[in-house]
Design a protein around this ligand. Structure first.
Ligand SMILES: *Cc1c(COP(=O)(O)O)cnc(C)c1O
Length: 412
């Protein structure tokens, strides 16, 4: 019989399938949905409505003074960027490893995305990498807490303060994560969350923006609801805002979901940290690193290999893990955001006109942007599922397989 190349001589580490996500919705969601429908109105702006109760719960969970509900994570980011009220043509520094939503928020405000390189073990931008791409046009930073692992925030907060930059946290992948005892999303001016169906909590689509003070909150509220000023003094339509409202239906589901966050995030944190320590010290294997004082909520688990040490690329390493019965595959995205076609061609608006660049009076060439560490991360990282439906046995099997595969390769 022909043996596939990657098949181990021994029997595979794991012969039973990995568990999928457990059921995410139950009677609680249904109860709140019924309450929403019984109101005879699904409009969000009611004092005891489901969106209001969800926001209250979110504020308690995050220990944040104010929150605004939105229709998506992208909407949350757009509201946060718009409410930072930056002059068109300003530069906003963010990560080249992120969801397009981060850049949509920048581009639709007629601002210019600038990409800072990432740390090789946290996969996040750092104060140093931000500093390296800062110019006299920089007005804001969007720190993306990729995979649920917080950026090293103290130096980033200090840098943004010193340079008077608006600091926005993209917490879409980091529900339940914290930095030095504070929830992510409360460390900068605004924190943007997503409740889309792939995130820790789902209400189908939705989002939350955290604000640290009343003035910032009112601005975000208005930018999320057409500047009808429903939360303020009734001074309407003073500025331009989109309609990013959440309905009571999403609010109902999101309220029930927030009640589960602590158990979801703590389970993921425990399993992810367990996996990292189990695969530390293996030659050629570079575990996921969480910065000191931070807690990751592990949206997924990502680690890297050093092909120079192991003599294979990450695709071969993944195939060998698969042969051991472990789900694993190539990292999070295929290329740095700055090298996606929309950036290479600056195809942001029809007709090849990019108003932000015109206003800036400066030409941007994303093909020339170099993010070498990001390139290394994206070509050497392996992604594995990690969620609350898994157990210690599952992560221990994954760790055992990584150790065996790396050991086999090192012996060749
Ligand atoms: C999911 C995600 C978004 C966008 O959220 P949507 O709800 O899909 O609009 C933005 N940034 C990051 C890092 C994300 O993972």
């Amino acid at each position: 019989m022909n043996q596939p190349a990657a098949a181990p001589a021994r029997s595979p580490v794991r012969t039973t399938p990995f568990p999928g996500l457990p059921p995410r919705f139950d009677g609680k969601e249904m109860e709140y949905l019924r309450e929403a429908l019984a109101q005879n109105s699904l409009f969000y702006n009611r004092p005891d409505g489901l969106v209001a109760r969800m926001l209250k719960r979110a504020c308690q969970t995050f220990n944040a003074p104010h929150a605004v509900a939105t229709s998506s994570g992208t909407a949350s980011l757009h509201v946060a960027v718009a409410a930072s009220e930056l002059p068109p043509g300003s530069e906003v520094i963010t990560s080249p490893i992120t969801d397009m939503g981060t850049c949509i928020a920048i581009l639709y405000q007629n601002l210019v995305p600038v990409f800072a390189d990432v740390d090789p073990e946290t996969y996040n931008i750092t104060a140093e990498s931000i500093k390296a791409v800062m110019t006299e046009r920089t007005r804001a930073v969007i720190a993306v807490h990729l995979t649920g692992a917080p950026c090293d925030m103290d130096p980033i907060v200090a840098f943004c303060k010193a340079k008077n930059l608006s600091l926005i946290e993209d917490c879409a992948q980091a529900l339940g994560a914290s930095y030095k005892g504070k929830s992510v999303g409360t460390l900068g001016r605004y924190g943007a969350y997503s409740l889309n169906d792939f995130k820790h909590l789902s209400c189908g689509d939705g989002g939350v923006v955290l604000a640290g003070n009343e003035a910032d909150y009112l601005l975000a509220h208005n930018y999320a609801d057409k500047f009808y000023d429903r939360a303020g003094k009734g001074v309407r339509l003073t500025k331009l805002g989109a309609n990013y409202r959440m309905t009571e239906l999403q609010g109902a589901v999101a309220l029930a979901q927030f009640e589960r966050l602590e158990s979801i995030a703590s389970k993921r944190n425990r399993l992810g940290d367990r996996l990292s320590s189990a695969i530390s010290g293996i030659p050629g294997v570079i575990p996921y690193r969480v910065v000191p004082g931070a807690k990751s909520s592990y949206w997924f688990y990502m680690f890297r290999i050093d092909p120079a040490v192991l003599g294979v690329d990450r695709d071969e390493f993944s195939r060998r893990l698969n042969a051991e019965g472990i789900p694993a595959g190539g990292g999070y995205v295929a290329k740095p955001m700055c090298h996606e076609p929309v950036f290479l061609n600056k195809a942001f608006f029809p007709g090849g006109v990019w108003p932000a660049e015109k206003v800036a009076g400066k030409t941007y060439d994303y093909a020339k942007v170099r993010v070498p560490v990001c390139d290394t991360v994206l070509t050497t990282s392996i992604r594995m599922p990690l969620h609350e439906g898994m157990s210690e046995v599952d992560v221990d099997d994954a760790a055992k397989a990584i150790r065996l595969v790396a050991g086999d390769l090192a012996r060749r």
